[in-house]
Design a protein around this ligand. Structure first.
Ligand code: ARG
Length: 403
């Protein structure tokens, strides 16, 4: 018997049907929770809608600044791109929503949380692992894994029978998950990897082919690894995304058509758009190349990959993740400076770099007479560095003599 259930609610068909279904099947009070992470879908009227569907309470929180500042920018500092490309927009949002739900469950005295993820995606894993870490005593329900509905039509029938207010709009052929860090587009023709994404699949980027013929330079400033200004203007985390997403989108930056490995073992075809996140990753990486010493830079590449895998697989609230982020933060002290990127038809190339912590020394790098590098030192260095191979070849040649 569940007395109170806290439900992750978007107001779409699945979660609307779920509110009523839980209410009926568990005879429980339903409290809906919605986080605004910058999705463009309708948040207005959501509270009334939740209540009309049978919820006793409905919370909507604007989490945009927290999401970008404390979640997305953390992943940025870590250089976290899943399988080298996906900036993890959906994956980064889940731990924050889960945390919000656990907080609401605690204040409301609810013993159960529920989400509307399907049984073969990554999001169920991300939600539930976070619930286990943050609220180990909470019971978890995932109705979509068990309920009787086999199709969208059956859900619509149920909604009509139970007077659930749903907007029957012409259904987009795609399933879209959106926040300020990026958009994931799935389903429809995209399920066939032989088919190239139709132009209407993309929501916020222009095709590089129809992007402006003139390139555009954008300057991004970082302080200790965190983006703080665009084109010389100090901005909040949300403002940075709301500035970079349209600029990058206009030039066709940040489109990705990927095959990826899901947690549950299947491969899926995913189309993403993340113009702002991709610009930030490019600029941040470029700045790190300038300011990090060689060993830190190399070691951090391995950490980036590990952190990306952990975020993807729902391991945000774990001790190893915290430890790795402590390492990441320690590396970011000198990541302060300005990077200019030149945007042109789907590409962002570096235009200029500058930092007071730049380790680039013109006097050491130059091939002019200003050169201060001691060329003679190299001879002794290479003699010792190459010694194992000189020794080995000598010995092998002798051993093979006469064979
Ligand atoms: N494949 C991506 C991920 O696992 C995107 C998932 C999109 N989620 C969604 N509910 N449509 O992070």
């Amino acid at each position: 018997m569940h007395k109170k259930i806290v439900v992750a609610y978007s107001g779409g068909l699945d979660t609307s049907v779920m509110v009523k279904w839980l209410n009926q099947n568990y005879n429980a009070e339903i409290i809906t929770v919605t986080g605004n992470l910058g999705q463009k879908s309708e948040l207005e009227g959501l509270e009334e809608k939740a209540k009309a569907t049978g919820a006793v309470k409905s919370y909507i929180y604007d989490l945009q600044e927290e999401f970008i500042k404390n979640y997305a920018f953390k992943a940025l500092k870590a250089g976290a791109l899943y399988e080298g490309q996906y900036p993890l927009a959906t994956a980064i949002g889940r731990p924050l929503l889960a945390k919000l739900m656990v907080d609401v469950a605690k204040t409301e005295g609810a013993d159960t949380v529920a989400h509307g993820c399907t049984g073969k995606g990554n999001d169920q894993v991300r939600f539930e692992v976070a619930f286990k870490s943050l609220g180990p005593d909470l019971k978890i329900l995932a109705p979509l894994r068990t309920w009787e509905f086999k199709s969208r039509e059956q859900e619509i029938d149920y909604a009509v029978t139970h007077n659930i207010p749903i907007k029957i709009t012409k259904k987009s052929p795609y399933s879209i998950d959106e926040n300020l860090w990026g958009i994931a587009i799935e389903c429809g023709v995209l399920e066939d990897p032989k088919v190239s994404p139709p132009d209407d699949a993309y929501q916020i980027t222009s095709s590089p082919k129809s992007a402006p013929d003139a390139s555009e330079v954008v300057e991004i400033e970082f302080f200790e690894g965190t983006p703080v200004a665009v084109n010389g203007k100090k901005l909040s985390a949300v403002e940075i995304m709301n500035t970079l997403n349209p600029i990058g989108g206009k030039h066709g930056i940040g489109r990705m058509d990927l095959i990826e490995n899901r947690v549950v073992g299947i491969k899926s075809r995913e189309v993403y758009e993340a113009p702002g996140a991709i610009l930030l990753h490019k600029a941040h990486h470029e700045l790190e190349k300038l300011v990090l010493d060689k060993e830190t830079f190399r070691f951090k590449q391995d950490v980036s990959n590990k952190v990306a895998n952990m975020i993807y697989e729902g391991l945000w609230f774990t001790p190893l993740f915290d430890s790795l982020m402590t390492f990441v933060d320690a590396t970011q002290k000198p990541v302060t400076g300005k990077i200019k990127l030149d945007l042109y038809k789907g590409n962002a190339t570096v235009f200029s770099r500058e930092s007071q912590y730049s380790l680039y020394s013109e006097l050491l790098a130059t091939y002019t007479e200003e050169d201060t590098f001691n060329h003679k030192d190299s001879e002794g260095f290479i003699n010792i560095y190459g010694l194992p191979y000189k020794t080995m070849s000598g010995i092998y040649n002798k051993a093979n003599e006469g064979k």
